[in-house]
Design a protein around this ligand. Sequence first.
Ligand code: NDP
Ligand code: GDR
Length: 379
Amino acid sequence: MKTALITGITGQDGSYLAEFLLDKGYMVHGIKRRSSSFNTSRIDHLYQDPHEKNQKLQLHYGDLIDSMNLTRIIQETQPDEIYNLAAMSHVKVSFDIPEYTANVDGIGALRILEAVRLLGLEKKTKVYQASTSELYGQVQAVPQSEKTPFYPRSPYAVAKLYAYWITINYREAYNMFACNGILFNHESPLRGETFVTRKITRGVAKIALGMQDVIYMGNLDAKRDWGHAKDYVEAMWRILQQDKPEDYVIATGVTTKVRNFIQMAFAEVGFNLRFEGEGVTEVGILDSFNSVIVDVVLNGYKSKIQIGDVLVRIDPRYFRPTEVDLLIGDATKAKTKLGWKPKYNLAGIVKEMIASDVALFKKDLELLTAGHKIYQQKE
Ligand code: NDP
Ligand code: GDR
């Protein structure tokens, strides 16, 4: 039985990867942060009572900024594979907490690699580093492949650039099996609530259920290559099963504007959304930007929406000081060498996310209707 250690196991990818590895018969160790409230909702379905014998999933308290803790956990668990997924992963937030982001996302990767080396596990332990299409940043060439030059555009991406290169350096200097997966955006019903896709599907679900009037958005013209997290965690595993450690781009090869994702999401609940002011991208004149629905098939939703209502407004607070305009990946190497290809397309992802968020908020609505108070988090 192989043993894996996942940092960031409580996040979107950590949850899907833990499930995937458990299915493959792995013993899975995960690092979770201490929090004043429970933070394991994404992996609660995998949870095993620590009093039970033969546990296949074990959680350890830890943090990527604490090298002694990381070294102890790696020593105790002796993993065959480490998946370093932990990160302050929000690009916009990285502009607010750049030093912390550098510490966790950049130096955090070094701490893992150096712990493996100091413990003499270079020959035993393979390391996967969660690298990102954000490394490409300012567009140099499309589609972006393993050979495309990087030009990071945020403190997050700059920190991840360090992590990318230190992974390669440890591979070359110490002969370690250490690899980067350069993953393009991937989404799911478990996506963090403040990333654009989930923010949209939550907003659309609430609007359809009559619980919210409008969604406030940032740059609608950014283009992203969106895949499904389930497909992408399989690629992570495949990367570590190869004979030689290498870096791989993981992407669908299809790019879509944020505004089109919004339209697809509204279409799922029967609203045909038309944007007024398409192509307007200067922050100064965005206040007048809005979008309206032109047609409504209510699909059984108890909605108060009328034709002509404004459902999307622009709020400059969601713009980034420097933006990544266009991402579209070329995953030919992964397809050829790993035998990997995505099973989901964007339409399927939108459908699944909307269905999940509608079901989620229907429960809230029932509580509200029964007179209970619920706390609705807003971004
Ligand atoms: P999430 O934000 O959903 O999860 C991040 C995880 O990291 C959470 O478990 C979080 O814990 C943990 N974490 C954050 N800070 C620390 C810290 N200081 N010490 C230990 N753990 C910490 O991210 P995703 O699952 O979406 O992404 C996984 C990784 O892949 C990240 O590194 C991300 O940067 C990278 N990536 C993601 C892509 C995507 O589209 N999703 C694309 C390319 C790369 P907690 O739950 O307590 O907050
Ligand atoms: P990204 O994802 O920055 O690509 O990083 P995000 O979903 O946050 O943004 C995608 C694009 O949408 C635009 N946008 C908005 N974004 C957010 N969050 N909120 C808004 O209201 C909004 N309006 C428009 C953004 O400007 C951007 O262009 C994600 C993260 O998972 C990273 O950790 C990962 O490395 C990359 O994907 C690949």
